[in-house]
Design a protein around this ligand. Structure first.
Ligand code: SAM
Length: 271
């Protein structure tokens, strides 16, 4: 398993609780986005020939997506990097033998592990080398005919239209204002203006690609296009505040994307 650097993991462990689950998660809180995500995931599950798919979930968090996958008939191996989330997942699914939790700091996937679908919801933008992580897991562990699905990552900023990017940043800071975190929010912004993104600031580490350049959806399309029969990218607007989301969706602005790659054409015999 390709992992983050230790600093990312530590920052996730002690700082990121507000970013790693319900409180700051539009894809879980906003009904329209949640439906959009669930449709994408279900269509990836249904694209495989089995009715009880083996799913590798990257970054299980609080287990919200894990529960959804179980309800859809899957068994789930959930990886995690943050101690609090690992403990929470292990407690939450202690009595369910369809769930395995892998602590990526100390454990490796078994080279013999095979999955029908790999799911990465709201996680790639936390991973410094997300492309290597995705490609490595697909090449080693995804069966022929399998699928990869991701959702809730920021589109690659250099390709965004200016109005999308500016509105996205404004919406983000507006939300930060509403969570009563004004002092640390201002400090973080001032720091970034003065020194740019720094490797030892917890906020910058955890928001990794959100404060760098987003996630390069076209690069993912290319590397996944070499491995799958079909790759689909679904761009949409996302913000923690429902009213902002409704307005921006009506204005046809986009900020985030989901990706679904189906029909894995593995040439190596990994099924
Ligand atoms: C925003 S949360 C999303 C959790 C869950 N997927 C959801 O949508 O509810 C991102 C999670 O990914 C975890 N994470 C970050 N880097 C990771 C990595 N390289 N491998 C596995 N998990 C990682 C974080 O600890 C955090 O719990």
């Amino acid at each position: 398993v390709v992992t983050n650097g230790a600093s990312v993991i530590e920052a996730n462990s002690d700082w990121a609780s507000r970013f790693s689950g319900i409180p700051g998660s539009p894809h879980l809180n906003n009904a329209d986005l949640r439906v959009r995500m669930e449709r994408l995931v279900v269509s990836a599950l249904r694209s495989t020939p089995t009715s009880s798919p083996r799913v590798l979930e990257i970054g299980g968090g609080h287990g919200m997506i894990t529960s959804f996958l179980l309800a859809e008939g899957a068994s789930v191996t959930a990886t995690e990097a943050a101690q609090a989330r690992i403990d929470e997942l292990r407690t939450r699914f202690a009595d369910d033998d369809r769930v395995r939790v892998v602590d990526i700091r100390n454990e490796q996937l078994d080279p013999a592990d095979r999955f029908d679908v790999i799911v990465a919801i709201s996680v790639l933008h936390h991973v410094p080398d997300y492309e290597a992580l995705v490609v490595d897991l697909i090449d080693r562990h995804l069966v022929a005919g399998g699928a990869f699905v991701s959702f809730q990552d920021p589109l690659w900023y250099p390709r965004l239209r200016r109005r999308d990017h500016v509105t996205d940043r404004l919406g983000y800071y507006l939300w930060r204002l509403t969570i009563g975190d004004l002092r640390s929010g201002i400090k973080t912004v001032m720091n970034r203006m003065r020194h740019g993104v720094t490797e030892d600031a917890a906020a910058d580490i955890v928001e990794y690609h959100v404060v760098r350049s987003g996630v390069d959806e076209e690069r993912l399309r290319t590397v996944l296009g070499e491995r799958f029969g079909s790759v689909r990218i679904d761009s949409y607007w996302s913000n923690q505040l429902d009213a902002v989301s409704r307005l921006c969706t009506r204005l046809k602005l986009v900020s985030n994307f989901g990706l679904s790659a189906t029909g894995h054409n593995a040439r190596r015999a990994n099924s």
